[in-house]
Design a protein. Structure first.
Lengths: 170, 276
């Protein structure tokens, strides 16, 4: 009796068990199945094959789960990197914008300063001598009073001298 | 002298019964559409004066739940190719519906050496015979077996033989059977034998109740005995009609030589079977 013959018997008996129309019939077919299964070498019996298949499927499932996990981690890392790059880019853009704004403000300020800066009028030597003569005259006419005083290193007219130069009209 | 016997068992449905056989049946039996089981036996009992079963099956197949069976040939020349020999083997038995039926099991491959699982479910199988042939020959090329799933042969055809073994049967559950006559003919030449020599036939019937109990003291193995003996006188007798058998009864046929000398006989029996 060849191994292939016994395998065919086992396969047929299993089909009969699976398609039995009643429990009593299934019991009888199961007896036949057990008889024929016993004639197979132990490692070729359906339960041994099923056990090996289960182990193989389990191993493959674990490998697939691990691969999926690694893939997920890689995707998350890539996502984080992308977000970091994006944030850095936005920051750089903001900085550049601010810098541009500052440059514009500085230019604007420079323009404004150019407008504000009024050159000091330059007095002629004649005017300076004339005013000095008047200052001497004031001090002669008002002993004890000065025509000029010094403030922050600058020579400025006193109030009395200003009034002497521009008397108030009633 | 070697014992020999060959039984030809056939089952006819009511619509196929002809020849006036139902002429004197009561109407209520006709209304039940009885089946006709015929056994035509040619035998030669062994020299010993004991009784032995006529053409027994290879093994008894009796299940409380109907199950599938297999068929197989020992020769690749039996199968469904046009040039093959045997292409179908018919089985007579009791199916899943508790009815006695004849089912033709067709070969589904060119070489019947690979066993074939049959679709019909059986509780009992009593007999088999060849029923379809290719152009190769008119009888099986190999031994064709009808067997259980565990490879136990139930009934079989020998190579070259279209009639299988098995001459016993069981009355299906929910049915009754009636011995409806037949003929026993001693084939030995009249006048050639002593007065005490002859043939004996027993139609043994075991009621289901007795069979179930299984104890020798409780079993009632009854039988109808038919004897043709003597040198002169009628060498043929008509089997009586009317013996009834209850649901589940086993009917087994036995033969014996009356004296230690082989005798040839021809036995034809008819049973009507109908649902109660």
């Amino acid at each position: 009796m060849s191994k292939e013959y016994v395998k065919l018997k086992v396969k047929n008996c299993q089909r009969l068990v699976d398609n039995a129309t009643s429990e009593a019939q299934k019991e009888i077919y199961q007896i036949y199945l057990d008889q024929w299964t016993k004639k197979l070498p132990a490692k070729e019996r359906p339960e041994a094959i099923a056990k090996r298949e289960d182990a193989k499927v389990k191993k493959e499932a674990e490998a697939a789960a691990k691969a999926f996990e690694l893939k997920k981690q890689a995707e998350e890392r890539a996502k984080e990197e992308a977000e970091k790059l994006k944030a850095a880019k936005i920051k750089a853009e903001k900085i550049a914008a601010k810098k541009a704004e500052l440059v514009a403000l500085e230019a604007e300020e420079a323009e404004i300063l150019k407008i504000i800066e009024v050159p000091k009028p330059v007095r002629s030597p004649v005017d300076i001598e004339f005013e000095q003569n008047l200052a001497n005259l004031f001090e002669e006419q008002n002993p004890g009073k000065k025509a000029y005083r010094t403030q922050n290193g600058d020579k400025i007219k006193t109030i009395a001298f200003k009034e002497y130069l521009n008397p108030k009209t009633e | 002298m070697v014992e020999a016997s060959e039984c030809r068992m056939r089952l006819q449905e009511y619509r196929d019964i002809g020849g006036g056989i139902l002429g004197d049946l009561p109407n209520h039996i006709k209304a039940a559409a009885p089946q006709l089981l015929t056994l035509h036996i040619v035998g030669k009992p062994a020299d010993a004066a004991g009784f032995s079963e006529i053409d027994p099956p290879t093994s008894v197949f009796a299940e409380t739940v109907a199950v599938a069976i297999e068929t197989i040939s020992s020769s690749g020349d039996d199968g469904n190719e046009a040039a093959d020999h045997l292409a179908a083997i018919s089985t007579i038995g009791i199916n899943d519906s508790n009815k006695m039926v004849t089912v033709q099991n067709l070969a589904t491959t060119a070489a019947w050496t690979t066993f074939q699982l049959e679709t019909e479910l059986w509780k009992n199988i009593f007999h088999c015979f060849g029923s379809l042939w290719g152009t190769g020959d008119d009888d099986p090329a190999g031994d064709v077996d009808v067997r259980k799933i565990d490879d136990t042969v139930i009934v079989e055809l020998g190579a070259g033989d279209n009639e299988g073994n098995g001459a016993a049967f069981i009355v299906p559950d929910g049915h009754v059977a009636m011995l409806y006559g037949g003929t026993l003919r001693r084939l030995t030449t009249t006048g050639a034998w002593a007065n005490d020599e002859g043939i004996k036939i027993r139609i043994v019937y075991i009621d289901a109740l007795d069979g179930l109990l299984g104890l020798a003291a409780d079993r009632s193995q009854n039988w109808i005995e038919l004897v043709i003996a003597g040198q002169y006188g009628v060498q043929e007798l008509e089997v009586p009609r009317g013996q009834m058998f209850e649901s589940g009864s086993q009917i087994i046929h036995q033969h014996s030589s009356a004296v230690n000398a082989g005798e040839d006989y021809d036995l034809y029996l008819q049973y009507l079977i109908w649902e109660k």
